[in-house]
Design a protein around this ligand. Sequence first.
Ligand SMILES: *Cc1c(COP(=O)(O)O)cnc(C)c1O
Length: 425
Amino acid sequence: MTDPTSRSLFERACRVIPGGVNSPVRAFRAVGGSPVFIASAAGAHLTGAGGQRYLDYVGSWGPMILGHAHPAIVAAIQAAAARGTSYGAPTELEVRFAEALVALYPSIEMMRAVSSGTEATMGALRAARGFTGRDVVVKFEGCYHGHADFLLVKAGSGAATFGVPDSAGVPAQTAANTVTLPFNDVAALRALFASRGSEIAAVIVEPVVGNMGVVPPAPGFLEAIVSECAAAGAVSVFDEVMTGCRVARGGMQERAGIKPDMTCLGKIVGGGLPLAAYGGKRAIMEKVAPLGPVYQAGTLSGNPVAVSAGLAMLERLDDALYARLEALGARLEAGFTRAIAKHGGGACVQRVGSMITLFFTASPVRSWSDAKASDTKAFARWHAGLLARGVYWPPSQYEAAFISAAHTDADIDATIKAADEALGV
Ligand SMILES: *Cc1c(COP(=O)(O)O)cnc(C)c1O
């Protein structure tokens, strides 16, 4: 049960904001009930508007890998703000930010800063279409790439189908050049390239899916995307907005040892401020204005306050951090697995590094059709049980939870205990 302060704020919010929230999943509709309003956060904890404390596994949906209000990031933001919050002219900070990302991501030779992950995928795919002179974009069912019209498409299960929009307000025409395939299905990918390879501008993928819950790529799947694209003259795009600097400093491409043509980054690289990036091969990025004919712009792109936060974040991403996150993740996974076994099964834990999902499915999830089989009512009960025990877990079966460096072994153990109890509810 949500606290009375949050409930009254939610009533006010619902009068002036659609559904009371500025991004839909915050509304708790997938689990019932109403959202907790947040007053402040520090480290691994959130403080609700009603004063209650929660151990946080949402982490602002990914950015907070160091925990909330990290002193170095707060100091960088304060110092930058005092020098002026926006100039609309280039700064040394932006050069350092681009140099830092080019150094961390060997596949990125040039990049452009933007203000959201949505803008990053739009920019990357526009550049890919401009570079290839082709229109068709391929995506995978259950992958989310922001809310651009032509990406709000998934398909029926099975064979490749031409796009039908998921959202009202998206013209069928806009979605018609989006083809959707099942995630982890190399045969379907090969078949599409065999029949229509010369029409394909780009294939975009979450290299570890976070947006249907955590679903890792099957061995060979990412390699097949990159090699099919290369053979057909199409552009491979890894949307690492969530996985970038999360599953490794250099993202999933570092872990897998693969170089896509283009990469989208966001979330962590912005240090908790609105900042994202897209980049990749020089020949593709040289198509972007003002160097080339592909237009893309932004009044606040590369904003000095946001870039300062991003740089302060990037400086702190060292090997020790990822080793620690892996250990915390493994501890949580093992504890959840024990709890599930104790309660007779019916759920699966899927994890890559510090991204984790507990799926209420009998068998592991490899694709959106597997994920859809989840018992979302059981998830909702478990979520309410966690919240009642002070654990703030993402309010949807189809979202990844995130561990931060501010979580301790004791926090993880308390979460395992809460999860165990909540499974018994
Ligand atoms: C969050 C996310 C986006 C969209 O980023 P916004 O900043 O919310 O626009 C795109 N792709 C992936 C993989 C994401 O996780």
